[in-house]
Design a protein around this ligand. Sequence first.
Ligand SMILES: NC(=O)c1ccc[n+]([C@@H]2O[C@H](COP(=O)([O-])OP(=O)(O)OC[C@H]3O[C@@H](n4cnc5c(N)ncnc54)[C@H](O)[C@@H]3O)[C@@H](O)[C@H]2O)c1
Ligand SMILES: O=C(O)C[C@H](O)C(=O)O
Ligand SMILES: [Mg+2]
Length: 536
Amino acid sequence: MKALHGKALLDDPAQNKSTAFTREERMRYGLQGLLPYSVADIKNQQQRVLGNLRGKRSDIEKYIFLNSLLERNQRLFYRTLIDYIEEIMPLVYTPTVGEACSEFAHIFRKPQGLYITPEDRGRVASLLANWPETDVRIIVVTDGERILGLGDLGANGMGIPIGKIALYVACAGIHPAHCMPVMLDVGTNNQELRNDPLYLGYPHARLAGQDYLSLVDEFVQAVRHKFPDALIQFEDFSSEHAFVLLDRYHKQVRCFNDDIQGTAAVTLAGVHASCRITHKQFADLKIMLLGTGSAATGIARLMLSAFQTAGLSEAVARARIAFVDREGLVVTARAKHKAHIQPFIQEQAPASFLEAIERLQPDVLIGATGAAGAFSEAVIHQMAQYQERPVIIALSNPTSHTECTAEQACRWSDGRAVFASGSPFPAVTMGEKIFHPAQGNNAYIFPGIGLGMLACRATLVTERMFLAAAEVLAAMVSPEEIERGAIYPTLPRVREVSQAIAIAVCHVAQQEGLATANLPDDLEAYVRTLMYEPDY
Ligand SMILES: NC(=O)c1ccc[n+]([C@@H]2O[C@H](COP(=O)([O-])OP(=O)(O)OC[C@H]3O[C@@H](n4cnc5c(N)ncnc54)[C@H](O)[C@@H]3O)[C@@H](O)[C@H]2O)c1
Ligand SMILES: O=C(O)C[C@H](O)C(=O)O
Ligand SMILES: [Mg+2]
């Protein structure tokens, strides 16, 4: 790290300690006179941060405040995020990050992350060379086309890679200097944004076809060259591009798609853990998915592998997974279906969503639609009619787009639903009983995958790593959490979860012959040494 002095030191978010610089440091670094008298410590500063934060009137103001803190004092920001994760994660991630993306061009203060546009074709490598860090290990990249359930937000989508990177640091202890958020700003088809005089992105229709692919290719190749140890996480692409890009790169470069693969692992873990509440065998379950996009398809693929691992034949496993879309059950009798769900089309008569629940009586219902209210009262009722403890997982983000709220799932099932959702909900009280919804978000998976990759430097990310991550996460749900009806660990345990996932990733990488790092026997201790603990 470059040695800084005086005002430049106070202006550097990575090195700034502000009022916590000691008297000796103030003398050594030319800070005398530049700070108020009192010498604080990080705990003391944290109290000031929390006081300021809690005094803000709205979540978006809290987001702006926290983002400015990150830009002033990185260590204080991360220390506070880690120590108060239940309170602060929803402000830097879903749901507030959704609002922050929608408002991005209006609340913009200071550039963060790297922007690449079609005008940079042919010189993407030189843009990467402008990045101030040299040892980038984690890249989260989006093109902004499907930001949470909010659709095409163009360059405003930069809030998502920034938020995911904050979680890599907070939830897995990846050092901030190893992380880079990237916006592949290929334009937007959101006319409203393009008409906004404050819009900051490339104000043209989205690049398509070969022009699009060749720009992504150039980016991926430039990363390989400039940051050969980096893992690329594709995030919030349209499902069409998500599958094309994953197919294109996953056997060539260290990459994964979080909406397809990370989401699948977190959902599989939740389904596994739910069996401890419902007292069912995983291999007996029937799963119904609402939506046929990236998340739902990823879940079906991983679930298929998990069922086979649990001893089912491929045919039986497929028959256990049913898709429902806007027109009802996805069946062969209906007209064309998207290529990626072809393997899951059922040989059955057509049925509406409600009829499909009646006919198949699924144990688990999973929503990945981005459609608010898609789990209606009738749907939850129908599930609760056939299952004593229906498992309802409403993945869609942000909260305004959830398939149903925790309160709805609880009331409409007479308190019997086992519920998790992509964005957090507070506990619901029903008579004497308190219902504790869990948060089913890929934030329990991707940070650990990244930490594992950083530890073992595997050349590729594989499906077995996600299966292992799901197993680890499911096993970590404690008896007390299960007792409370939760299918995921509470958020304050997320660093412990990420560490365990990272170790599992190292094991899989070793077994698959993909690890390139020399790993010691004591992986637990080794992985812990890699985890950044923000402090002065
Ligand atoms: N909790 C998590 O960790 C997590 C992870 C990934 C995605 N998500 C959320 O899941 C949602 C979907 O993400 P995706 O990547 O799959 O998007 P996508 O665009 O690839 O897929 C959405 C699918 O939902 C279908 N759909 C929309 N409205 C519907 C309705 N009313 N009934 C039935 N189907 C409907 C669409 O046709 C499409 O198939 C988003 O809201 C996203 O925020 C959550
Ligand atoms: O961003 C999240 O909260 C989860 C997920 O990746 C999503 O796209 O919704
Ligand atoms: Mg996402």
